[in-house]
Design a protein around this ligand. Structure first.
Ligand SMILES: NC(=O)c1ccc[n+]([C@@H]2O[C@H](COP(=O)([O-])OP(=O)(O)OC[C@H]3O[C@@H](n4cnc5c(N)ncnc54)[C@H](OP(=O)(O)O)[C@@H]3O)[C@@H](O)[C@H]2O)c1
Length: 320
């Protein structure tokens, strides 16, 4: 049994991690951290979790905790990863990696120095429909890819997460929150470096306001182009379109858990729809992390993946 401590037991932990841990037979949440004593006590009672802490270091000193899942707002990731690394607890960290690439570099370095296994939690890599898309792209089904369109929008006015609109705590608006996922999927599918990154943020991201909409244009080493459109003002929507020399492939709402997802392929002489059943990608991601930890590494999605992603965000936000 691998025993997890969750640092930042908030909405995401309740909505995604509790159901995932219910499915994973050989993992258990033994400790959580929240800011208020009464709230952490209530959450422990509600979800049957043995111990609750208000202090991150106290959770890290808990000898029962084998590994940590950090699910706090982005600006807290840096300090919490350094604390966990120094405590020698293997880390699975939510996206986006941090507030900037300098912090992300230090996180990766301190984990190496302390021989602490560190994984970036880019869960979209573990979506079943994305795995099938990867196989289809690798098989050349629609030929050499010229252009990828990715969109992820969400009406953030519907969210009661206060930090989402706080430029310091969130380290960015929809580009950081939603775009980081899409940029990572593109990196994962094509395993290529981005050699040029341009962006349009409306309004501009400042120290007092986040952008509400962002369009990122990326060029890969091979010349492939990609665009990532994100918004906090449009209804929830997520889609990808791959334009290849022999056809077009597209899919929408592809990360819904426990759902059938249609991948549409159109070539000059045929149209086809492939239906893929998605299990829960958080289950897949946590299981992958556990396998990597049991083997003593390397991590399938190491901290360096988060660092590369953060470097793109730094360019977009003018922090490079
Ligand atoms: N991979 C995905 O698909 C996905 C989806 C959603 C979220 N996420 C990521 O998960 C992380 C947490 O998101 P969430 O929706 O769970 O956020 P949340 O519910 O607002 O908060 C998560 C945790 O952070 C603490 N926290 C919130 N605001 C804070 C502040 N201003 N100062 C100090 N601590 C604060 C909360 O403390 P209390 O418990 O004391 O309130 C809670 O423990 C983020 O990195 C987000 O990007 C990922």
């Amino acid at each position: 049994m691998m025993k997890f401590g969750i640092i930042g037991f908030g909405r995401h932990a309740v909505k995604r991690l509790i159901p995932a841990f219910e499915i994973i037979e050989d993992a258990e949440i033994v400790a959580i951290q929240k800011r208020q004593q009464d709230a952490v006590g209530a959450a422990c009672a509600k979800y049957g979790i043995p111990r609750g802490y208000t202090d991150v270091d106290a959770l890290l000193k808990d000898r029962e905790v084998d590994v940590v899942f950090i699910a706090s707002p982005p600006a807290l990731h840096h300090e919490q990863v350094l604390q966990s690394a120094r405590a020698g607890k293997p880390i699975l960290l939510e996206k986006p990696m941090s507030a900037n690439a300098a912090e992300a570099e230090e996180m990766v370095r301190v984990c190496h120095e302390n021989h602490t296994l560190f994984s970036a939690g880019f869960c979209m890599r573990n979506v079943d429909s994305i795995a099938v898309v990867k196989d289809l792209l690798d098989s050349g089904r629609i030929g050499e890819i010229g252009y990828v369109e990715a969109r992820f929008t969400y009406d953030a006015n519907l969210s009661d997460r206060g930090w989402l609109h706080d430029p310091i705590m969130s380290a960015g608006g929809p580009v950081a929150d939603l775009g980081s996922h899409m940029i990572d999927i593109i990196s994962y599918l094509f395993r290529e470096r981005f050699v040029d990154v341009r962006s349009f943020l409306r309004p501009a991201y400042t120290e007092t306001d986040i952008e509400k909409q962002g369009l990122i244009i990326l060029q890969m080493e091979s010349g492939k182009m990609a665009s990532v459109h994100t918004s906090f003002e449009l209804p929830r929507s997520k889609s990808m379109v791959f334009h290849g020399a022999k056809g077009v492939m597209h899919l929408a709402e592809f990360s819904l858990t426990h759902s059938d997802i249609d991948i549409h392929i159109e070539t000059a002489d045929s149209t086809e729809t492939i239906s893929v059943h998605n299990d829960d990608h958080f289950v897949n991601m946590i299981r992958q992390f556990m396998d990597d930890v049991r083997k003593g590494g390397p991590m399938t999605c190491p901290g360096e993946v988060g660092l590369a992603n953060q470097r793109i965000l730094d360019i977009v936000y003018g922090r490079d």
